[in-house]
Design a protein around this ligand. Sequence first.
Ligand SMILES: [Zn+2]
Length: 325
Amino acid sequence: MDFNDIVGHQRIIKNLQKAIERGHLSHCYLFEGEGSLGKKKVALAFAKTLLCKEEDLTPCNRCKSCLKFDSGNHPDLILIEPEKGLIKKKLIDDLIKDMNKAPYESKRRIIIIDDSHDIGIEGQNALLKTLEEPPSYINIILISHNSNNLIPTILSRCEIVKFTPIESEKIVNLLTNKYGKTEEEAHFIANFTKGSIGKAIALCQSDSFFEKRDEIIQIVGSILQGDKTKIFNSMEFFSEHKDDYHELLDIILYWIRDLIIYQETRDSNLVLNKDKIPLILNIPNLKLDRINGIIDTIIETKQNIDRNVNYQLAIETMLLKFQEV
Ligand SMILES: [Zn+2]
């Protein structure tokens, strides 16, 4: 694994390599940006480069250090991750003690803290002291998709590296070349996951994603045509996928979006569910007010479930409203 395995983020990688070349490494980086963009992958490739015996701008993938890194046993890499959404203070205390030990094999020791926003305030304060005067051989990479949870004094001591969503075309290329998806499927997934490559790959590897989408489209179609029994008959399906409610509701949103876009423009290039164009052609026009009402209802339902409103009730209410609006 090295920088070549990373899709996108070329500017970030170049800047990190420039810092290595000039010997201007920061003691603490914050890799910040939405989830599943590849922040951890870049952090690992960067760490591997810094530990490699060849001391080049990219890992050699052959030296003892690179081999140990790949096997997950490099003594100079410390990777910390939350357990059940929390990084305990004890873990940070142990880390601070451990940091004072000189490198075992390489010239540096690299600490990666994934989801660093999951460190509690006490832990953050403890870590802060180390960030003020870290041992010279230490580089810390904090990763976060929610850096608002980090105390400002930590942020001010980090070099912040902002990760942005990956261009759709790059994701489409990856999904068609490496994951065997059709162009249509790859386009849909790339749009649906909005540049989050990790999510795109996860959807690709799930056998049921497109089946789920087909079923939802069918359910929504029947309900829009006034089939009341479908609302109650479909509750089992919605219950089954309760944990993925964001995904389910987003699939409906994308579908409704396609209906309105096609209805207004008659341009099938703008449709995201491209394989469903024959179906879209056969759907009678819906009033604009009604479509807008449906979109509002979906967004409201998502927020209600986020706020712990009873899931079953929220979904049922939403489907009933689909017929009323
Ligand atoms: Zn190497």
